[in-house]
Design a protein around this ligand. Structure first.
Ligand code: HSE
Length: 414
């Protein structure tokens, strides 16, 4: 029998407890040990809960109980999760977490402690919820050099964009609907501004290339500026707008990483990932593109990934799983201004201007996009590839010529 403790009895924590209780026999077969929930740490009371006698409020009870060999951290947030996880690892307990904020901020340090103490620190649920991605990348695709990882990593924003694309719902109305359905938080900032997605792409980048990438300095754009006019121009071009987290290895050893909306061609595998679903494409040098698709959030999908990690910890008490990346380095991440892409531009101009000629004067050959219900003195076009810095300079020269750039979105080649 292996005793585990669960820290946090929120949506995911209660799902983890439910799976461990309801799947007792099948989990015992897979782990080759029975799994017993010894403690559940939460500051709240849960009177009448069938596991009521397991609830504790003092973290030290878990820390000081040598019988507890696996600790599940599903509290979320950086503090006190970081301090608790660090102490558990230092005490020689394996830790499983779904906490992307924690892994994105402190992954390298916690993995090093786990290595030093010969225990496991596993976090399959931190990216893509119930979709297997950490284990496939660290094990099944291990023979590949990863060329690129790109994904729809946030279900809430994907739901909002899907409503805008399919039902012509405004961003504001789609957000309200996402909130009423329980997808978006009351304060939706982390989702709609791309903060959740950037944590996830940083974890995948750290895993793919072996060096920690910290989210703080990564270019992060959300979807709040996307309008129905942009959605309609993207459709006229033959594509859809998706919020993408992307990382690519460059020839000089640096990585090009960002989170931003992108116009994807309809033929792209990620273009068909709709509603709250996530899709992650891993481009390996041997495998080519491998795409992972499924529910990236929610109680039971996320809990299923957490419990699978618990089983893995139990099966590897004696032989540590290899999962490691080193600290980050200055100069490792390409400055966003140097990132190269072609850009979709929607612009307004004063009547009579030759917008195509002006756009070409600024950017070189552009491809104009026509849509059925285009506004008066409004145009959209796609620029050739150039660095973001060069785009910004040329955009300024276009604005000087009296053309106002209303929106700009990266074109995706996924
Ligand atoms: N808010 C996140 C999403 C939950 O919408 O994808 C999972 O991280």
């Amino acid at each position: 029998m292996v005793s585990v403790a669960i820290m946090g009895y929120g949506v995911v924590g209660s799902g983890v407890a439910e799976i461990i209780v309801t799947h007792r026999e099948s989990l015992a077969k897979r782990a080759k040990e029975e799994i017993d929930i010894k403690y559940i740490l939460d500051i709240r009371d849960f009177p009448g809960n069938p596991l009521e006698e397991k609830f504790i409020k003092d973290f030290n009870i878990i820390l000081n109980d040598d019988d507890v060999r696996v600790v599940v951290e599903v509290m979320g947030g950086l503090h006190p999760a970081y301090d608790f996880v660090k102490q558990c690892l230092e005490r020689g307990k394996s830790v499983v977490t779904s906490n992307k904020e924690l892994v994105a901020a402190k992954g390298a340090e916690l993995l090093r402690i786990a290595q030093d103490k010969n225990v496991n620190f596993l976090f399959e649920a931190s990216v893509g919820g119930g979709i297997p991605i950490i284990r496939p990348m660290s094990q099944c695709l291990a023979a590949n050099d990863v060329v690129e990882v790109a994904g729809i990593l946030n279900g809430t924003t994907n739901f909002i964009l899907t409503k805008m694309i399919r039902d012509q719902m405004s961003f504001e109305d789609a957000l309200k609907l996402a909130q009423s359905l329980g997808y978006a938080e009351k304060d939706p900032t982390a989702d709609v501004e791309g903060l959740d997605a950037v944590r996830k792409i940083c974890i995948l980048a750290s895993l793919a290339y072996g060096k920690h990438v910290y989210p703080d300095n990564i270019h992060t754009e959300g979807i709040t500026k996307i309008t129905l006019a942009d959605v309609s121009y993207a459709a006229a071009w033959g594509g859809v707008i998706k919020l993408i987290g992307s990382v690519k290895k460059l020839g000089d050893g640096r990585i090009d990483i960002f989170v931003a909306p992108m116009v994807l061609p309809n033929g792209s595998q990620l273009a068909g990932v709709d509603d709250v679903f996530n899709g992650i494409m891993v481009r390996g040098d041997s495998t080519g593109d491998v795409v992972f698709y499924g529910k990236g959030a929610g109680k039971m999908p996320t809990a299923s990934a957490v419990v699978a990690d618990v089983i893995d910890c139990i099966k590897h008490f004696k032989a540590r799983k290899y999962l490691f990346w080193a600290d980050g380095e200055d100069g490792y991440v390409l400055p966003y201004e140097e990132s190269v892409c072609s850009m979709y531009v929607r612009a307004s101009y004063s009547g009579g201007a030759d917008i195509k000629a002006e756009a070409e004067k600024a950017f070189g050959g552009v491809k104009m996009i026509a849509r059925a219900s285009s506004g008066e003195n409004e145009a959209a076009f796609v620029t050739p590839e150039m660095t973001v810095k060069e785009f910004d300079e040329r955009a300024k020269s276009l604005e000087k010529a009296g053309v106002k750039i209303e929106s700009r979105i990266r074109m995706g080649d996924l």
